[in-house]
Design a binder for this molecule. Structure first.
Ligand code: TPP
Ligand code: MG
Length: 617
């Protein structure tokens, strides 16, 4: 039996019949498709989606944003369900590049279907085609290669038969997943072919729970048995594998403390007795002191970014060793570890069996308990700062945290908020802290919030966004209204880039280019720019309100929650009032020569600090 379909129609028919399954739970894998149409896809994929409503179509405002929405959706479903994205050719396609990088860095499956120039070529150059004098076998879509985990271009209709299964294999692979780009020349999209009927049958992709090598598992168990000061670092892989329960049992049984990366925050709930909170540059004192002294670090689902390893200065015990549990061999071998290449949950369960009876000393337990108690006090202190308006960011975080219940989720990505949230947010459910810090992409927040809401419309989604990020990408408020997905947006207005301004000053400079103020001569030190965020959000259709004091903010937040449509609470926050860093360091290279004395001073300190950077062989 054959079905005669265009390439675009075949893609739509195929994608709607792909399913994922893990732990006996089955999901339709590709839940829908976002897109903006142009001549590169309207008559191809646009036609197919209009004729076959089996794949739900969503209109967004900006192609980069829709990829953020799709990545956030995949993250919120622990990679069990995804969204596809279709664009026209040229700018529509390349607008997705940043989103693709976000997805791939964070190992989140998104399927990108950019339109491409005519395969037939006779009409070239077409509108929006960037020509090359060295090859006709090239278009701007080749830019997706380094940011995609799988990349392909359909030159003939029958290529779909071998390309789409590869697309699915990579999207559903816990190891390889990320952005998958299938480039679709506009003429090929419309060409018909007799596809075999079986191609469109339901297919179920098992998301595997792979297990580590048994000899390596034994070696890891021996290392744990001889460890006096072990520490677990929980990364995003713990959440992707839905291994929070297994980790809690492991920590309960062994007493080993757990520090969390940005992606792994929420692996344990904040009140678990072994949870020592955020680790690394934006970590808690307890987690960072434990890391400094640890003789054994067990990294689970982490890729040891510089924010986690404090630029390789975090682990100072001369005898420190590593065990890495990671589904990706690439990561399990880092830091010369015993590589337990496997699924986080399955491997933790096996490892726990292999170390039965092991527990840390009472003295170590006491130390952990003390760190935890001290940290709770510090968070309480910061939540309770009652700064005159403009109020402090720490207070805002505290007030939002109190508001969050059940499956409600916090979303954030860039600015000074990620560091403060990493330290201060009290996670009440695994997954309710949704931070995009792999790429830390300004503009992810609102678009990402939409994806989190779409993944589970029953929950309230709290998007915290800085004024800089908001101005970069606020337009998906309109999409949230159109689609009927309500977001609670909190816009923290500090008139510029508090994060990068602070960083500039810590490097001995004066924060040039980080204030939203009028130009005066060669500086931006005039009055604050009169951006009216409340009017801006209201003009897009949101329910919007300004809050100045702590009390006004708490009331506005409660009122926003009651609103049926997307709300934006605008609050002016202090540019200067910061949550400090605790027991850590980040390598940001400082000018080796400068006419400015504070820069020279910063360089001297920098050279000193760098001496602590280690390489593990
Ligand atoms: C797309 C993108 N461009 C640039 C940066 C570098 N960057 C990191 S934070 C930041 C400023 C963010 O400003 P805002 O959202 O107001 O947050 P604040 O720093 O004031 O907390 C910049 C420019 C980035 N992370 N992402
Ligand atoms: Mg700002």
């Amino acid at each position: 039996m054959k079905r005669r379909l265009t390439v675009a129609q075949a893609i739509v028919a195929y994608l709607q019949n792909q399913y994922s399954v893990r732990d006996g739970k089955e999901f339709r894998f590709i839940e829908g498709i976002f897109g903006i149409f142009g001549h590169g896809n309207v008559a191809g994929l646009g036609q197919a989606l209009e004729q076959d409503r089996g794949l739900k179509y969503h209109l967004c405002r900006n192609e980069q944003a829709m990829v953020h929405t799709a990545a956030a959706f995949a993250k919120a479903t622990f990679r069990m369900r995804i969204l596809a994205c279709t664009t026209s050719i040229g700018p529509g396609a390349t607008n997705m590049l940043t989103g693709a990088a976000v997805a791939t860095v964070n190992r989140l499956p998104v399927l990108l279907l950019p339109g491409d120039i005519f395969a037939r070529r006779n009409v070239a150059p077409v509108l929006q085609q960037l020509e090359s004098g060295s090859s006709q076998d090239i278009s701007v879509n080749d830019c997706f290669k380094p940011v995609s985990r799988y990349w392909d271009r359909m030159q003939r209709p029958e290529q779909l038969l071998t390309a789409l299964p590869e697309v699915m294999r990579v999207l559903t692979s816990p190891v390889e997943t990320g952005a998958v780009t299938l480039s679709l020349p506009q003429d090929v999209q419309t060409e018909a072919y007799d596809y075999p009927e079986e191609f469109f049958c339901k297919r179920i992709w098992v998301i595997p729970r792979s297990r580590p090598d048994q000899a390596l598992l034994k070696q890891a168990a021996n290392w744990i048995h001889s460890a006096q000061k072990p520490l677990i670092i929980a990364g995003g892989g713990v959440l992707y594998s839905e291994a929070s329960g297994a980790l809690a049992k492991f920590a309960d049984a062994t007493g080993i403390p757990v520090g969390e990366t940005q992606a792994g925050k929420g692996s344990l709930l904040y009140n678990h007795p072994q949870e020592v909170g955020a680790i690394g540059v934006t970590g808690t004192p307890g987690a960072n002191i434990l890391a400094r002294e640890a003789d054994l670090v067990i990294g689970i689902g982490t890729r040891y970014s510089d924010f986690t390893s404090a630029s390789k200065t975090a682990f100072q015990n001369p005898n420190v060793r590593f065990i890495n549990i990671n589904v990706a061999e690439f990561d399990s071998y880092k830091h010369a570890a015993v590589p337990l290449t496997g699924d986080a949950r399955a491997t933790l369960e096996e490892l726990q069996g292999a170390i039965a009876g092991y527990a840390v000393s009472d003295g170590y337990r006491l130390k952990i308990a003390n760190f935890r108690a001290d940290w709770e006090k510090e968070v309480d202190r910061i939540y309770a700062i009652r700064k005159e308006p403009p109020i402090s960011q720490g207070e805002i975080i505290g007030l939002v945290n109190i508001m969050v219940q059940g499956e409600d989720t916090l979303v954030n990505a860039a600015g000074s908020l990620p560091g403060d949230l990493h330290k201060l947010w009290r996670t009440k459910r695994p997954g309710n802290y949704h931070m995009e810090y792999g790429y830390s992409c300004m503009g992810y927040e609102i678009a990402g919030g939409l994806g989190v809401k779409m993944a589970d419309p029953k929950r309230e989604v709290y998007v915290l966004v800085g004024d800089g990020s908001y101005l970069m990408m606020a337009q998906e408020i309109v999409t949230s209204l159109q689609e009927g997905y309500k977001l609670n947006i909190v816009l923290l207005d500090n008139h510029g880039f508090s994060s990068i301004g602070g960083l500039s000053r810590s490097c001995g400079n004066e924060g040039m280019g980080t204030n939203y103020r009028y130009r005066r001569g060669d500086r931006y030190d005039g009055d604050v720019l009169p951006v009216d965020f409340v009017s801006n959000a209201a003009s897009l259709g949101a329910w919007a309100i300004r809050a100045k004091t702590r009390e006004e903010f708490a009331a506005a937040l409660a009122e926003a929650r009651k609103q049926p449509r997307t709300s934006v609470v605008v609050v002016e926050t202090s540019y200067e009032q910061r949550v400090p860093g605790y027991e850590s360091w980040w390598d940001v290279a400082i000018a080796e020569v400068s006419e400015i004395e504070p820069v020279r001073e910063a360089r001297r300190k920098y050279e000193e600090a760098r001496k602590k950077e280690r390489i593990f062989f």
